[in-house]
Design a protein around this ligand. Structure first.
Ligand code: PMP
Length: 431
């Protein structure tokens, strides 16, 4: 496969953009390659500037549950653009999206739009601190909640991939308020609360972890967090930036039937435009400015184009819930197919799946927390990634990310992926 034009653009990009990319995981560094530059994408396929075509399992890291350039989503965008790109005063579609989100999520009475998942979690933490009058927060090792200072503490995503659990530039004064617990280990959380429960503002958690690969919550884990928060008067924040509108229309909170106090959203609610949101109980949300004293604002928040695309995306999901069953069935077919290959080749590998969310760990399970997943063989994963790319399949360029399926991935796509997977694993693992 030829990547000549991508290479040329990358050389140019590096002159003007740090590392040539606007988000680190795009650099493909962890898999020993230069990035590919994309020209266009449609359905389940993405096309690079050299004319190569790939079945895409990155799908913009989650927003594109309906596939690339979905015509029903895009219909109306031109008309929306013609009406202006941003007003700085409210527009009706913002209300439509907010209403749709509050109707979809069992725990959300009110919602505030922002521009990214990072902003959503950062603002949620501020709100939880204001609501409780406490400073400390708990997060879990391997969960990623964006790159704001207080959450960039042993974070996952690009941070794990590059082995940089914390970042220079984040003051210790900030991170000393962040306590790290072990995912799926309720005892580690209880111990912290027994010591400092009265100072803990909130627990923030990915209800299904998607930033250390896919790690499912063990039975009782999320329920346990809910009851600890109730006992100590702390706020439970579900970071549903990935799981919201992906695991089901009502998100992970619907699947596990647990009501967090605040929910963070992003990705799918913007359908590929820059959007995030945080929402929750009325009593908490009414602390947000201008009703309450907690300041949070945004020049482009609730942007009319982003809201138009977001609204259409959510409306299609709302009216076609069977998409979630189909998504899960596709993920199951991939899981079963890959499991057969694993058996046939007799290799240490494991498909970790929750509904339509999954990843392939190259290592020996169980995979219940950060320490478990860190035992995976990242070099073998890198070789696997390269072999898949060569066969026209774009998977996440990191062992520690979820694969994203869309409604547009066809049976043929899945067959082709499984065929490539078998060959790629054979070459990458030398079996
Ligand atoms: N929370 C979770 C669970 C995420 O996966 C991400 C990004 N992958 C974020 C927050 C941050 O979102 P953004 O990249 O839009 O800032």
């Amino acid at each position: 496969m030829n990547h000549k034009r991508s290479g040329e653009i990358f050389e140019e990009a590096k002159k003007y953009i740090p590392g040539g990319v606007n988000s680190p995981v795009r650099a493909f560094r962890s898999v020993g390659l230069d990035p590919i530059f994309i020209e266009r994408a449609e359905g389940s396929r993405i096309y690079d500037v050299d004319g190569n075509s790939y079945i895409d399992y990155i799908c913009s890291w989650g927003p594109l549950i309906l596939g690339h350039s979905n015509k029903d989503v895009l219909e109306g965008i031109e008309e929306a653009i013609a009406r202006g790109t941003s007003y700085g005063v409210p527009s009706p579609v913002e209300v439509e999206v907010a209403k749709m989100i509050t109707e979809a999520l069992i725990s959300v009475d009110m919602v505030r739009m922002v521009n990214s998942g990072t902003e959503a979690t950062m603002s949620a933490i501020r709100l939880a601190r204001a609501y409780t009058g406490r400073s400390k927060i708990i997060k879990f090792e391997g969960c990623y909640h964006g790159h704001s200072d207080s959450l960039l503490v042993k974070a996952g995503s690009g941070a794990i991939t590059f082995g940089v659990p914390t970042s220079p530039g984040v003051p210790e004064d900030t991170t000393r308020h962040t306590i790290i617990c072990t995912y799926n280990d309720l005892e580690s959380v209880k111990r912290v609360f027994e010591k400092e429960g009265k100072d803990i503002a909130c627990i923030i958690v990915e209800p299904v972890a998607g930033n250390m690969g896919v790690v499912a919550p063990k039975e009782g884990f999320l329920e346990g967090l809910r009851s600890i928060c109730d006992e100590y008067g702390s706020v439970l924040i579900f970071d549903e930036v990935i799981t919201g509108f992906r695991l089901s229309y009502g998100g992970a909170q619907e699947v596990y039937n647990i009501k967090p106090d605040i929910t963070c959203l992003g990705k799918i609610i913007g359908g590929g435009l820059p959007v995030g949101a945080y929402g929750g109980k009325r009593e908490i949300m009414e602390l947000v400015s201008p009703v309450g004293p907690v300041y949070q604002a945004g020049t482009l928040s609730g942007n009319p184009l982003a809201m138009t695309i977001g609204y259409r995306n959510l409306k299609i999901l709302k009216d076609n819930r069977e998409i979630y069953i189909e998504l899960e069935n596709k993920a199951k077919r991939l899981e079963e197919g890959i499991n057969n290959i694993i058996k046939e080749l007799n290799i240490d590998a494991h498909v970790s799946r929750v509904k339509g969310m999954f990843c392939l760990f190259l290592g020996k399970g169980p995979f219940e927390n950060y320490n478990d997943v860190m035992k995976c063989d990242t070099e073998k994963y890198s070789a696997f990634f390269r072999e898949m790319l060569e066969r026209g399949i774009l998977i996440p360029p990191s062992q520690f990310e979820a694969w994203f399926l869309s409604a547009e991935h066809s049976d043929e796509d899945i067959e082709e992926t499984l065929k490539a997977c078998r060959e790629a694993l054979k070459v990458a693992l030398k079996v």
